[in-house]
Write a protein that binds this ligand. Structure first.
Ligand SMILES: NC(=O)c1ccc[n+]([C@@H]2O[C@H](COP(=O)([O-])OP(=O)(O)OC[C@H]3O[C@@H](n4cnc5c(N)ncnc54)[C@H](OP(=O)(O)O)[C@@H]3O)[C@@H](O)[C@H]2O)c1
Length: 317
């Protein structure tokens, strides 16, 4: 079991909100990028970072929607970027590098869940492409700015859904096996967790620490492909269509759902640590046989993380 996956007893619980987690922390002079920072958990995180004084850049595939959603958030800049489009990721990153600004916090919150099968221009399965490969490429391109910070954090929003699948290194793109959207989502979320392990191992000596997390189950736009009866069966939505909030059973509000992202991004409790999967604003334990929470070995194993790193380098070119 990786020794670093030991809870700290941070003092926060599943009820903590992003606002509580960042309370008393001054982020003036810091710069953050939040992918997906114009809806759901990313928007809440962008607001909290901004309220603490950070300048926040929100890359968006729908710029006008993003500007409308962030209109009342100070110090936010929206710029175009689609994680599925290599050229747009490169352009966004290059513009950022040209600004000469150190990047202190990168929260990778953008994501999609359970769509019908689609592929990117290179034939990669869509969820792996958006949730993992797009962010992998973005981070690669932003490394010089992260190094410039000398105290940077990269936060990958994984999910407990990683329990549904390891990365299938033989066939990540579902070419020789039937496409299952739930397995594909799980694979992409395992990749998010392994990416944090591999990134941290490679760059911690250059001042870049990486974390991944499960935010809880939160009714957001992510669930757009889920039928209402499925959301009700999983106790995410009640009969009236409202979100069920029950943090002890992992059902959280958006404010609670963003808390672990923000904890990973700013908490001094994580100083000197990295390559860790978190939940409920604490380090998660490794999931033992039959456990329903924590992090699976297949999402925290450094050898699998290295293997994913090599595969991702090949796939993004
Ligand atoms: N909600 C949950 O219960 C839950 C549980 C576990 C993990 N997560 C993870 O949490 C993260 C945030 O999810 P959320 O619940 O906040 O969902 P959300 O409200 O749907 O936010 C996802 C964001 O990702 C953006 N996005 C999607 N495809 C993109 C692309 N190709 N390029 C750039 N941006 C893209 C979306 O933009 P558009 O509006 O343009 O589509 C949206 O802003 C995801 O990574 C998700 O897997 C969520």
């Amino acid at each position: 079991m990786p020794k670093i996956q030991q809870p700290l007893n941070s003092g926060f619980t599943a009820f903590a909100t992003a606002e509580e987690v960042v309370e008393g922390i001054d982020l003036s002079g810091k710069t953050a990028i939040v992918t997906g920072g114009y809806s759901g958990l990313g928007l809440e995180s962008a607001k909290r970072l901004s309220n603490a004084g950070a300048c926040v850049i929100v890359p968006a595939r729908d710029v006008s929607k993003a500007r409308a959603h962030t209109a009342d958030v100070p110090r936010v800049t929206v710029l175009p970027m689609d994680l599925l489009d290599r050229a747009s990721v490169d352009r966004f990153a290059l513009d950022f590098l040209l600004s000469g600004t150190p990047l202190d916090i990168l929260i990778n919150s953008a994501g999609i869940m359970n769509p019908p099968l689609f592929r990117d221009a290179d034939g990669n399965e869509g969820q792996f492409a958006v949730n993992h490969l797009g962010h992998f490429r973005l981070v690669q391109k932003l490394l010089p700015a992260l190094e410039k910070s000398s105290n940077a954090r990269v936060v990958s929003t994984s999910s407990r859904a990683h329990f549904s699948s390891p990365v299938n290194f033989e066939d990540p793109a579902f070419r020789d096996r039937p496409y299952d959207p739930i397995i594909a989502y799980g694979q992409s979320k395992t990749a998010n967790a392994l990416f944090a392990v591999a990134l941290d191992a490679r760059y911690k000596d250059r001042g870049i620490r990486a974390f991944s997390l499960h935010p809880g189950a939160i009714l957001t736009g992510l669930m757009r492909n889920a039928p209402r009866e499925v959301l009700q069966r999983h106790n995410i939505m009640d009969a009236s269509g409202a979100a069920i909030i029950d943090p002890l059973n992992d059902r959280k509000s958006v404010e609670q759902g963003a808390a672990t992202q923000i904890w990973c991004a700013v908490s001094a409790q994580l100083d000197g640590l990295g390559g860790i999967y978190c939940e409920d604003c604490d380090i998660a334990p490794v999931a033992e046989e039959g456990a329903t929470r924590g992090v699976q070995r297949w999402a925290s194993d450094p050898e699998l993380a290295d293997r994913l790193w090599s595969l991702s380098e090949e796939l993004v070119g």
